[in-house]
Write a protein that binds this ligand. Sequence first.
Ligand SMILES: Nc1ncnc2c1ncn2[C@@H]1O[C@H](COP(=O)(O)OP(=O)(O)OP(=O)(O)O)[C@@H](O)[C@H]1O
Ligand SMILES: [Mg+2]
Length: 240
Amino acid sequence: MDKDASPPVLQVSDLRAGYGRIEALHGVSLRLGAGELVALVGANGAGKTTLLRTISGLLPARAGRVEFLGQDVTRAAPDQRVRRGLAQVLEGRQVFGPLSVEDNLRLGAFVHRDAAEERMRRMYRLFPVLEEKKDLPAGTLSGGQQQMLAMARALMSGPKVLLLDEPSMGLAPLLVREVFRVVRELKEQGIPILLVEQNARAALAIADRGYVLETGKVTLEGPARALQDDERVRSAYLGL
Ligand SMILES: Nc1ncnc2c1ncn2[C@@H]1O[C@H](COP(=O)(O)OP(=O)(O)OP(=O)(O)O)[C@@H](O)[C@H]1O
Ligand SMILES: [Mg+2]
């Protein structure tokens, strides 16, 4: 039994996945509660992206279970998971370069077309720079702006859970802060978020809880504050 009273919005149990003969996840379990921001930290190649891709269904689970809002979605197709409210922002910036910023946002609303215009206004409030550039091809945006567009597009589906894979990767410090500002704001709006970040310090500073993933296994988990103070986390991930 889960020790928390409220059921988790996302529960991953003993998940195994891999590529060909390589197993990259060796039985990973984690949960995300209502309104929680959970950080997943780990070195290059630890399996963070593999875990998110398996949760969203882009990669099949070889064993274990993914439960979303109390339902088993382990075998559900990725678009079905999105329709139920599980949205992922992939590693790297997956925007449609030739399409305008606004058309990229519209594509994100495929689940709820009626709500698209209202959601778009909300996205422009959250990311003012996207409104300034709404008629330009997305490919002309800077890296940081494309990252914001990728996040905004995922939010257009009205997600009940957001999976973010390295949203600050490759961005200048000012834009890293901007991305973290948005993540905090989404948390304040009550959207549960699983945040994968190499920037462990910044991620743990805003997270409620965290998990450390090492070569396909969870080796540490706990309140973000406890992880920030943990000697192993400090030396391996915080450079202290
Ligand atoms: N398409 C693939 N084919 C074969 N092996 C892969 C593939 N993608 C990842 N791997 C391997 O699976 C393991 C986990 O990789 P993954 O990309 O999930 O790590 P990560 O924690 O996201 O790393 P990073 O911090 O570099 O993004 C690594 O050993 C990697 O080499
Ligand atoms: Mg990765």
